[in-house]
Every structure is written in C-alpha cells, then in structure tokens.
Design a protein around this ligand. Structure first.
Ligand code: NAD
Ligand code: ZN
Ligand code: ZN
Length: 396
C-alpha cells in the first residue's frame, strides 16, 4: 500500500510499504477514506525529529471502512463505517474506566515513561504505524473505533478522531461560567473549533488571537472578536487590549491552542533549531532534558487570564525543563488543566451536534482536500500557512 513516511527534517514521502494485517485478536484493519493533517504532525515534521525514525508512517486522524476484524472484536464487522481515535486504549483498565483513555494502562509506553500509545507519533508514543496511508491496523479495536452511519460525507465525522474531542476537552477544561468570557490563543484547526464549541456551550464573549489573516477572518466570520498579534508592539499590549474588554480583569479562561511552535522570542527559537540540527543520539536526550519549547503563547496565556481563572493547555509542549513564572501563577491563583484529548470520553456529547444543520460547521471546515500522493506538498503548505491552508484532509 501507499503511506506517508517521515524521512528526515521537513522530508516526508509517499512510499510503498507492506499492507497491515491482523496481528492480535483485538485488531481490526480499516481501509482509509479520509485522513487529516494536524498541527501535531508539524511538530514531527520539524521540532520533534530526534524522536522519529526514517520510514515511520505518519498520521492519526483517519476514518474509513472496516476490512477485517480479529476474533476479539465483537462489535465491528467488515463493511462498518468508522472513525478511529488518535490514541490507542483498551476501554477496560482502571484509567479507561475512569474516562482517561490517554493514560490507558494496557497501551502505556512504559519504556519511555509515557501515556497511551498514539498512531503515527514518535517512539515516545510507541512508534505505532500511522494513518496517512491506504490501510491502517487498529490495535484495541474492541474499544477505539466509533461507528458512524452511512450517507453523510466523511467531513461530517472525520474530526471525531481528534479535532472535535480535542477542542471539546479544551473548552470543558476551561470551565467557563455561563455567560462568561474566554480567549483562545492560536486559530489553527484546534483553536478555531474551540471558539465554535465555546459559543455552543454558552460562553458569552470569545476572543481569538493569531497572526495569519485568513485564520483570523474565519474566526471573525463566526462571531469571534479577533486580534492580530502583529498589530501589537509586544504581548503586554495585546493583553492590555483584551483586558480592556473584560472590565480590566482578563477573560475567565484562556485556551493555549498554539503549542511548542509559538512565534515569539528569537533566542528561544535559536535553541530549538539547534536541537533539531544535532545528531539524533545527542538531540533526543538533550530535548528530553532541556526545553525545546517556545513558550511565547503560554506566557501570554498566564498573563492574560483573570485572577482565579482557568488556563487550558491544549497545544503540545515537549520540553522537560521549561522555566515557568510560578510566582505569578501562584499569586494569580490559576487553575491549569492540560493533556491529550481523552477522545472516547467526549464522543457521546459531540455526536448530537453532527447533524444536517451542522452547528459547528464541520462540513466546510477543511480548506483543502488532496490525494495522498500530494502529502509532501500538503505538509509544506500547511507548515508555511500558504494557499489559505487551515485544515487539510487527504484521500488515499
Ligand atoms: P496549527 O499549527 O495549525 O495552529 C497553531 C496556530 O497558532 C497557528 O495558526 C499559528 O499562526 C498560531 N500562533 C503561533 N504563535 C502564536 C502566538 N504566539 N499567539 C497566538 N497564535 C499563535 O495547529 P492545530 O492543528 O490547530 O493544533 C494546535 C496545537 O494543538 C498544536 O500544538 C497541536 O500539537 C495541538 N494538539 C493537541 C491535541 C491534544 O490532544 N491535546 C490534539 C491535536 C492537536
Ligand atoms: Zn491531530
Ligand atoms: Zn485502558
């Protein structure tokens, strides 16, 4: 089959690889009909390269048709239409039973000290072959795949794999009071969807920050009060502008939907780039011991949120020694919640909103749909934010 493979820094290629097969009774194999490109893939494309191995198959946002199931997957059969969550979880360990499939004790990558295995996401998360491919082996298929009805286009359901539960969890964790206010930093697919969900769940004021014109415009068109980072001399000025809109206090909650590749200080950027250029044997441990993050967005979020407010970190960070302004965080009495989305925890809350009326606008959420063969161009376009690319779906 064809699959998108990682070959090196900013180098992905579509290659022929062996077809996946059922290996365990709890496996399924699906034929992929749509598969997303995510901001998380961009981390692998450039910053997290020390944790990648050439030939790794990328991708974690698939849907498709079940081809084959193992003997211990009673609820699926060939021909079923399914969306596959980006994380692999068993559904019956202590963590899964407590709605934390990201911490699944059956699939935890204990050798790396990490939580549940993820599709297509570095050796830290189990080096599981990913979903930007024609076929996917789905481990723990007795729990993960979400059956969806035939009929509506893939676009209605494909975001159940990642974008929807991630944005939903970000908003749930933000804990905005009814009629309250929230700011979302970063208006990529995750931040954009978080703004939509915040409105749906009753936030009164939604502020959005980015620096890409068409992303700001997309959010503005759905009622978000937007701020272009480039219009401000520094982050302080941005924070002051939003505070002015919230009785001088700041929003009740702030979501950081940017993550480690924030545009910010040049010095931090230099360290990060240096790490990606080092030999892999050195760069891996270095990245684990020292920060490779750019923290511009998280610092802004800490400054911006009102005293006693909630910070919801959904953007992915990777360093282990980032200095944080703990003095301020403690003094402001902040509540911080973060993590990978516990996908199946939110499915039942989200599904009723995926209707013909399409209140979240999922059916025209993708800006680009391209053949899998064009993945190298899609990665480059999405990373450079060219051609108006906000969300890219690939068709194998
Ligand atoms: P993206 O890269 O398209 O979006 C990031 C956006 O942040 C871009 O539009 C960029 O212009 C903007 N930005 C950069 N610096 C900024 C700054 N200082 N202030 C405000 N905006 C800034 O990616 P995405 O797909 O929307 O994902 C966003 C983040 O969420 C990524 O870090 C991704 O890894 C993470 N993510 C987490 C989960 C999870 O389960 N927690 C799941 C999916 C994605
Ligand atoms: Zn993703
Ligand atoms: Zn489990």
């Amino acid at each position: 089959m064809k699959a998108v493979t990682w070959q090196g820094r900013r180098d992905v290629r579509v290659e022929d690889v062996p077809d996946p097969r059922i290996e365990e009774p709890t496996d399924a194999v699906i034929r992929i009909t749509s598969t997303g490109l995510c901001g998380s893939d961009l981390h692998l494309y450039e910053v997290l390269t020390p944790f990648m191995t050439p030939g790794d198959i990328l991708g974690h946002e698939p849907m498709g048709i079940v081809e084959e199931v193992g003997a211990a997957v009673p609820d699926l059969m060939a021909g079923d239409r399914v969306v596959v969550p980006f994380q692999i979880a068993c559904g019956n360990c202590w963590m899964c039973l407590n709605s934390l499939p990201t911490q699944c004790e059956t699939t935890q990558v204990t050798g790396e000290g990490m939580g549940a295995a993820l599709f297509g996401y570095t050796r830290l998360y189990g080096a599981v072959p990913g979903a930007q491919a024609e076929y996917l082996r789905v481990p723990q298929a007795q729990f993960g795949p979400i059956k969806v009805p035939d009929g509506p286009p893939d676009d209605r359901f494909v975001y159940l794999s990642d974008v929807l539960p991630t944005a939903w969890q970000a908003v749930a964790y933000a804990d905005v009071p009814q009629g309250g206010s929230i700011a979302v930093l970063g208006l990529g697919p995750i931040g954009d969807m978080a703004c939509r969900i915040a409105r749906l769940r009753g936030a009164d004021r939604v502020f959005g920050v980015d620096l890409v014109p068409e992303r700001l415009e997309r959010a503005r068109a759905r009622g978000v009060q937007t701020y272009d980072l480039r219009d401000f001399d520094d982050e302080k000025a941005l924070v002051a502008a939003i505070r002015d809109e919230t009785d001088g206090r700041g929003p009740d909650a702030v979501i950081d939907a940017v993550g480690t590749e924030a545009h910010g200080s040049a010095a931090a950027r230099l360290v990060q780039q240096a790490a990606t250029l080092l030999p892999r044997k050195i760069a891996g441990p270095l990245a684990e011991r020292f920060s490779v993050d750019r923290l511009a967005a998280v610092y802004t979020a800490i400054d911006l949120v009102r005293r006693g407010g909630t910070l919801s970190l959904v953007g992915v960070y990777g360093g282990t020694a980032d200095p944080l302004p703990l003095l301020t965080m403690f003094d402001k009495q902040l509540q911080i919640r973060m993590g990978q989305a516990n996908v199946r925890r939110w499915t039942d809350e989200i599904l009723p909103h995926l209707t013909d009326e399409d209140p979240l606008g999922v059916e025209d959420f993708a800006t680009h749909r391209v053949p899998l063969a064009e993945a190298p161009h899609a990665y480059e376009m999405f990373q450079r934010k060219q051609e108006g690319a906000v969300k890219v779906l690939m068709t194998p």
